[in-house]
Every structure is written in structure tokens, then in C-alpha cells.
Design a binder for this molecule. Structure first.
Ligand code: ATP
Length: 238
């Protein structure tokens, strides 16, 4: 069986700066796969390339067996790949509900869209309570919820989350991680980029450790969580 997403020897550069230096990994349907690593390792660059926002220098990206290399970003969304970006990118003056509806811009099934808006409110009740308010009035963690809810509105086959826990309080972070676990249990396939290695590995089926543009270690989430070098480098142990 082919994987939902196959990345093979992917290289991405900003001019002369090589940000991703030949990485390979797969994401199977129903899995949570995480990319962890320090600042500047190339994780965000990888997600932006998968979304079609950056063009690779070389390598292959296949989604459901089809190459994504020549497909523009908006078409990639319609193929079923949604991206909740780092820094969230919500529209602060628009209402929470209108921000959510933006995620459904490629859909015309009104009843299905209404159902998915309700699903976002079930996942994140605060968004429902404040649906008519400007999104800019939400706290950082709530904006993160909105960004995730918006990405889900395209009914993605693969949901890519870039640092969903960034800048959040420990309680908010736990809430976001619990939601990711809930989405997984509902069958959503997720590619998760996180600086919080502990939380990400704890819920991931597979993980890849990136350092300066390369994957230096791969394994199941549990294996990496118990790996001595990972514990020292990323989990703050001596
Ligand atoms: P972070 O968690 O800090 O976002 P990351 O692992 O996601 O880290 P990237 O943001 O992908 O890393 O950055 C990888 C490398 O590419 C870094 O050396 C970074 O400085 C460089 N880089 C990122 N964006 C640009 C850009 N627009 N122009 C030039 N270099 C860039």
C-alpha cells in the first residue's frame, strides 16, 4: 500500500541558503507523524514546501501516489492537504465564524459546511461562544484553535500543524495536544511540527528529528521518547 504522503530526498533553498538538505519520510493514512528539532532545522520550510508555497530544488513529494511538484498551492488544498501555519495567520477584524468559513472556500456543500462549523465549535467551545466577535479579540491559544478549526474546514486528508503549542500557557498547550489526540482518534491524518518534543512524541506514531536541514534520527514516537540522545538534546535531561 502506498503511503498517503511520500517525501523523497527533498531539498529546498532560499537563494544560496540550503534550508532542507535531502530529507525523506512518509505519512500513512490515520497516523500522526511529527517533525521535531531546534530552531532553524528546516521544519517550517518542509511544511511550506509540501503546501506548494515554496518550490523544491529537487526531490519528490507524492500525495496519494501523485507528484505535487508542479501543482500550485491552491490546487494542493483542493487535493486534501491543509496547513495551519506557524504564527496562525488569522484575520483579526473578521469574525471568528467568518475566519472558519474561509477554510471552506473551495466547498459549496452548505449543509456539510454548517456541520463542520458545528464540529469546530464542538472541538473548541470557546469559538462557538464567541462566533460573532472579531478574531483579534481571542487569546493566543484561542487563535491557535481557530487556525486549526479553519484548516479542518477544508476536510483535509492530511492536516499539517506548524508549532501549534508555540507561545501557549501549559494548560492551553495541554488542551491543544488533547485536541490533536482527539482528531487522531477520529481518523484525521496529521503531520505535526513541534518544538515541544515531549508532547509531540507522546502522541505521534512516528517521529523524525531534524537538525540543520537533515533528518538525523527516525523512529516510533515511543522509541524516540525513550532514546537517550533525544532525551538529552530535546527533553532537557543530563
Ligand atoms: P523554527 O522553529 O525556528 O521555525 P524551523 O525548523 O521551522 O525552525 P525553518 O524556519 O524552516 O526552520 O528554517 C530553516 C533555515 O532556513 C534556517 O536557517 C532559516 O534561517 C532559513 N530561512 C527560513 N526562512 C528563510 C527566508 N525566507 N529566507 C532565507 N532563509 C530562510
Amino acid at each position: 500500500m502506498t503511503a498517503l504522503l511520500e517525501v523523497e530526498d527533498l531539498r529546498v533553498a532560499y537563494g544560496k541558503i540550503q534550508a532542507v538538505k535531502g530529507i525523506s519520510f512518509t505519512v500513512e493514512e490515520g497516523e500522526v507523524v511529527t517533525l521535531i528539532g531546534t530552531n532553524g532545522a528546516g521544519k517550517t520550510t518542509t511544511l511550506r514546501t509540501l503546501s506548494g508555497l515554496l518550490k523544491p530544488v529537487s526531490g519528490q513529494i507524492r500525495f496519494e501516489g501523485k507528484s505535487l511538484r508542479k501543482i500550485p498551492a491552491h490546487k494542493i488544498v483542493s487535493l486534501g492537504l491543509a496547513h495551519s501555519p506557524e504564527g496562525r495567520h488569522i484575520f483579526p477584524r473578521m469574525s471568528i465564524e467568518d475566519n472558519l468559513l474561509l477554510g471552506a472556500f473551495l466547498r459549496s456543500d452548505k449543509a456539510g459546511i454548517d456541520k463542520d462549523v458545528q464540529r469546530a465549535y464542538d472541538l473548541f467551545p470557546i469559538l462557538g461562544e464567541r462566533r460573532k466577535q472579531a478574531a483579534g479579540t481571542l487569546s493566543g491559544g484561542e487563535q491557535q484553535m481557530l487556525a486549526m478549526g479553519r484548516a479542518l474546514m477544508s476536510q483535509p486528508k492530511l492536516l499539517m500543524l506548524d508549532e501549534p503549542s508555540m507561545g501557549l500557557s501549559p494548560i492551553m498547550m495541554q488542551k491543544i495536544m488533547a485536541t490533536i489526540a482527539e482528531l487522531k482518534s477520529q481518523g484525521t491524518t496529521i503531520l505535526l511540527v513541534e518544538q515541544n518534543a515531549q508532547a509531540a512524541l507522546a502522541l505521534a506514531d512516528h517521529g523524525h528529528v531534524m537538525e540543520i536541514g537533515k533528518v538525523v534520527l527516525s523512529g516510533t514516537g515511543q522509541d524516540l521518547l525513550h532514546d537517550e540522545s533525544v532525551r538529552k538534546a530535546y527533553l532537557g535531561e543530563d
